[in-house]
Design a protein around this ligand. Sequence first.
Ligand code: NAD
Ligand code: UDP
Length: 324
Amino acid sequence: MSSLKRILVTGGAGFLGSHLCERLVGEGHDVICLDNFFTSQKSNVAHLLDRSNFELVRHDVTLPVFLEVDEIYNLACPAAPGHYQYNPIKTLKTSVLGAVNTLGMAKRCRAKILQASTSEIYGDPEVHPQPESYRGAVNSIGPRACYDEGKRAAETLFMDYHRMNGVRIRLVRIFNTYGPRMHPFDGRVISNFIRQALTGEDITLFGDGSQSRSFCYRDDLIEGMVRMMNAPDDLIGPVNLGNPGEFTIRQLAEMVIEMTGTASKLVYCPLPVDDPTQRQPDITLARRHLAWEPTVPLREGLARTIEWFRSIDMSHYRPPTPRF
Ligand code: NAD
Ligand code: UDP
């Protein structure tokens, strides 16, 4: 049997999805990228359009879709807080109905399916660093809940389709990932700081900047995701994927200021509600079962990301439609 597969990537035009599509097309697989372009644009995959093993489908995962595939990477979901809070009800529907529709397809096609879950599953964690066994501290009624609870419900659906129908599933919990092709107006901290630094705007530090995050470069993350999909069927996860190097947001701001040589000033803004105070992945399982660990340190990944931001015309990017 050929090792080339028919692979569906939902959210395939997004930041991570477009890199994943690029990688899979490069390996010769028949790749279908499905996206509704809510937080992305066609330009992310324009360079793949003339490849005979790449196909682009405009579709919303909250609606059923019938395709014949061997593997599914389910990435469709707004990921930046500003994007997912724009229409929280739609965000929750995207996670839940998107999981139901893609799991149904996996069941019908006997396809393997990987869910892009998140460190937000852990909420504002009281355990540090976070192992997969930690059950999390999510505020189910706060402004981040549409994303956090949607992703938690999706994990539940994946496990139940697996237990009830024998669907071959993979769960990865992704920690903050960054790199070229992030949307410059998505409001995530790295894209925000770099854009602000390059355009001479003030750098917006939320709270006192003592909250921490652990930043993974996108190439490392994609490698981990593909390894997880290709792992033996008994490794269903969840498995954390992230870079354990932990930094405060203030340290990140200072690094961006130094590396861009900007004259931008730091300004303090209110800390968003339920903003996690700390986050660091325990990647023992990924090391042991996938022989995976990140290779790109923050400073190196930031240099590549800054270079990309310098190369784009930011006027070609729109923020999503303003809040209704
Ligand atoms: P992104 O916003 O760039 O990509 C998400 C993609 O999904 C976009 O192309 C968007 O248009 C598409 N999409 C959204 N709603 C859709 C719908 N209803 N139907 C079809 N397509 C839809 O974000 P990203 O950083 O590339 O994230 C990709 C996935 O990884 C998401 O599921 C996200 O939750 C997960 N994740 C990302 C990170 C990170 O730090 N980048 C961390 C944890 C989890
Ligand atoms: N943040 C900040 N300034 C910004 C954007 C974000 O200080 O302009 C902070 C935010 O409050 C959070 C951290 O950076 O503590 C990471 O935010 P992001 O939205 O990137 O991701 P998440 O909170 O989902 O991890």
